[in-house]
Ligand binder design. Structure first.
Ligand SMILES: Cc1ncc(COP(=O)(O)O)c(C=O)c1O
Length: 505
């Protein structure tokens, strides 16, 4: 039986990463994201977004291309090699990674990028590693294990069945993780000085035992956290030039190219994904690694590495290992398309939309009896950097009778937001319209004491789509801002109706 391209694409999008890709009965991944949906208003790019129909059609075309090339006798390995080289060249052109001093390594997800990096570093330096994970609750749910070189899932990208918690390679059995919290028990952000101090203490302690430290610089966690401070990272770098490697966790994709340049110039490792801000399908990671940190030989970690990456992902010539991963290839192909679309939107339009989102969300969600809204604690950068200086994710605690919802209620709320609903009473026209709209928000984040917040995020696809829809207008930015405001107002109205009587929906 031959699958149609659509069926095969669906299968591939759900393959080649960890358990989170496995489809449920409605063919959605662990985050509830379907293969595509054109009727959704997407404000969930801090988790991942359901692809649009245009992205899906682009994926179908790539799948047909894959099939044609295979029928003409080309191997999947050689197609992967050619396509990843092309994606590398495009990313180098779009981002400040122009020269050859950095390697671009593709990983099945942001979480897997953690493990791949630990494997590569271990092979490079042969030292025992202490991995200092900052904001463990604000990165991937499996990041704590992944950063320790351990499986966090029952399956790996190459299809192995594994035990979560086991080391991915004997070479990593000694890796230890120190976590640095960024919130107190109440969920309130800790003072940046306290976070910096804890990081310094961890580095002092581990280097004192002769270990090599990785410190995570979280450049936008799930709720917008940036930590530790750049001053702290610079101070530690100067004190421990031989014993410290900085991994910038920009998995959210909410970074400016200026910020990325700073990191790469400083010799830091940069990690991002194509699946969050940029809006590609769920699960596609990228490591930008100084060549000086790339091992000469992969022998000591080859088996563990092959669970995640093949030689085409790593970009190593002359050796051919690891099974092809067509699912990841298609995901990255679609992600690149979205990244290119985003950067093709004029900078002043992007700037206007980002600023508009930042000021409009608090203005619309201003009812403090309904919404406890967190604005960013410490603006990380001032000035002209396009993304890092704006707030693109708002963490909102929905309140009922003044109290935060329980976890199950938050899930129900998110589920109902994603459906067109009939009104429980007699609606006004605005209420009727809002209930008809279907919204996608980010996954709930735990804030301690069983409380959960939801996240409202703007992503590259929102901006590209608003640009496409408005660029013929006399004042395209004004038209797009008006549409964005209307979408956010409808979201607020629907949330209010649901909070008034969640059980009725
Ligand atoms: C800051 C950060 N790092 C890492 C990850 C893990 O990325 P992935 O979901 O691709 O595994 C996430 C996921 O939300 C994240 O927000």
């Amino acid at each position: 039986m031959t699958l149609s391209p659509q069926e095969e694409l669906l299968h591939l999008l759900h393959s080649g990463a960890d358990d989170r890709t496995a489809p449920d009965i409605l063919l959605r991944n662990r985050y509830g994201r379907a293969a595509f949906d054109d009727g959704l208003i997407r404000f969930g790019s801090c988790t991942s977004s359901t692809p649009s129909e245009a992205q899906w059609r682009f994926g179908v075309d790539r799948l047909v291309e894959l099939r044609d090339r295979t029928l003409r006798g080309e191997s999947l390995q050689s197609i992967e090699h050619e396509v990843y080289e092309r994606i590398r060249a495009r990313l180098r052109a779009l981002m400040p990674i122009a020269d050859e001093s950095h390697r671009l390594v593709f990983t099945p997800s942001g979480t897997d990028a953690e493990t791949v990096f630990v494997l590569l570093l271990r092979a490079r330096c042969g030292r025992e590693i202490t991995n200092i994970l900052v904001a463990p609750r604000e990165v991937g749910a499996g990041s704590l294990q992944a950063a320790g070189g351990r499986y966090f899932s029952h399956h790996t990208a190459d299809g192995r069945s594994v035990n979560p918690g086991d080391p991915v390679s004997p070479a990593l059995a000694e890796v230890e993780v120190r976590s640095v919290e960024v919130r107190d028990e109440e969920g309130n952000p800790l003072d940046i000085a306290a976070i910096d101090q804890r990081v310094k203490d961890c580095v002092d302690e581990a280097t004192g035992r002769g270990r090599l430290c990785i410190i995570h610089l979280v450049a936008h966690g799930k709720t917008g956290v940036h930590a530790p401070s750049l001053a702290c990272v610079e101070e530690l770098g100067a004190r421990f030039p031989q014993d410290l490697v900085v991994l910038v966790d920009a998995a959210q994709g909410r970074f400016s190219r200026t910020g990325m340049q700073r990191a790469l110039n400083a010799g830091e490792v940069f990690m991002t994904t194509g699946s969050k801000f940029f809006g590609g399908p769920s699960f596609s990671g990228l490591l930008v690694l100084p060549r000086t940190l790339f091992p000469d030989s992969l022998e000591t970690v080859a088996d563990g590495l092959a669970a995640y990456c093949n030689s085409r992902h790593l970009g190593v010539d002359g050796s051919d290992f690891g099974v092809p991963n067509p699912g990841l290839l298609i995901r990255w192909w679609i992600a690149l398309h979205s990244i290119e679309r985003y950067y093709a939107v004029p900078g002043d339009f992007r700037y206007a939309l980002l600023r508009h989102f930042e000021t409009t969300v608090p203005a619309i969600f201003s009812d403090r009896k309904r919404f406890a809204i967190r604005t960013k604690s410490v603006p990380p950068y001032e000035g002209t950097r396009l993304l890092e200086s704006k707030q693109t994710v708002f963490t909102v605690t929905p309140l009922r009778d003044g109290h935060p919802l329980r976890e199950a209620e938050v899930h129900r709320l998110l589920d109902r937001l994603g459906r067109s609903l009939p009104h429980a009473g007699s609606p006004s026209l605005e209420e009727y319209t809002a209930l008809q709209c279907r919204f996608e928000l980010g996954q709930p984040v735990p804030l301690g004491h069983g409380r959960h917040a939801v996240r409202i995020a703007i992503g590259g696809e929102n901006i590209s789509q608003l640009y496409d829809a408005s660029h013929h207008a006399a004042d395209s930015a004004a038209a797009a801002m008006q549409t964005l405001s209307r979408q956010l107002e409808a979201l607020c109205r629907k949330l209010n109706l649901l909070l008034e009587n969640l059980d009725a929906y």
